[in-house]
Design a protein around this ligand. Sequence first.
Ligand code: HSE
Length: 318
Amino acid sequence: MKTVNIALLGCGSVGGGLVSLLRDQHEQIRRRCRVDLRLRKILVRDSERIREGVDQTLLTDDPEEVIESADLVIELLGGLEPARTMIRNALVESRNVVTANKRLLAVAGTDLHDLASVHRVRIGYEASVCGAIPIIRILRSHVNCLDVTQICGIVNGTTNYILTRMAEDSSTFAESLEEAQRLGFAEADPTLDVGGIDAAHKLKILAELAFDQRVCLDDVAVTGIEAIDGSDIESARRRGKVIRHVARAQRRGDRIEMSVAPEELPRDHPFAAVRGEENAILVCAAGAGEIFLRGKGAGSLPSASAVLGDVCDVATSN
Ligand code: HSE
């Protein structure tokens, strides 16, 4: 049986979830995928700190040691640096990469994909958009036969969690954000969530796949949810509406129009039923019509499960 040695960069909320999934599903993956996944090293800032469920002997703060241990590198550090340099180094040394780093992919995805193709390795990035929803896989495998006219969705779990709590429990914006941070949904810098920038990063990744063309991050018109308060939600409710933070990309001739903004939607709209940290995606395609997907978009295990799906895929494909 093939053995694949794994290096994990980062052991936060998603990294910790992945360590537990790799342990709990090890036998099942051996049996079903015919591959033995071995977690060899985990890069952390503080290798002395005890992390529940994580083998202390795997921890290191030495970036070189961690990459050298692996056939496959999983990047869960987030942010631009040192993630970009570490991924580039891994690709140049012909190691496959799996990442959840939407910000890095939105800013430097083309360069990284080109580098992977030159070195004949793969980058898996399912976990970068919509957590457990397998939208990247669907777009990657069907884009040539799906003539997509529009893709829209709720792509940030933190903002959806905040809007849900404000509407259903009358919690304040600040209380709901604090709760989302405590539950591990929010970014280290939560202004990326509430300001709509995280959603814009994800929309860029989705639009490039859906329309098979390059788009510019600066072309996304972004409005966050910071200005929404209880009275906006109550006023929408009185009119039979709910507020959701929606990312949209739409083809208009040769141009792709992109926006992220709060929208008032009728109560029977499919996005209205998307609650808490859930995400949803609606793909409109000529021929196929509408395809709707809904699931957990943030959190330790849902995001880790998307990472693990990519790991199995990449580990069994070459
Ligand atoms: N902060 C992100 C969110 C994490 O809330 O959706 C998952 O990408």
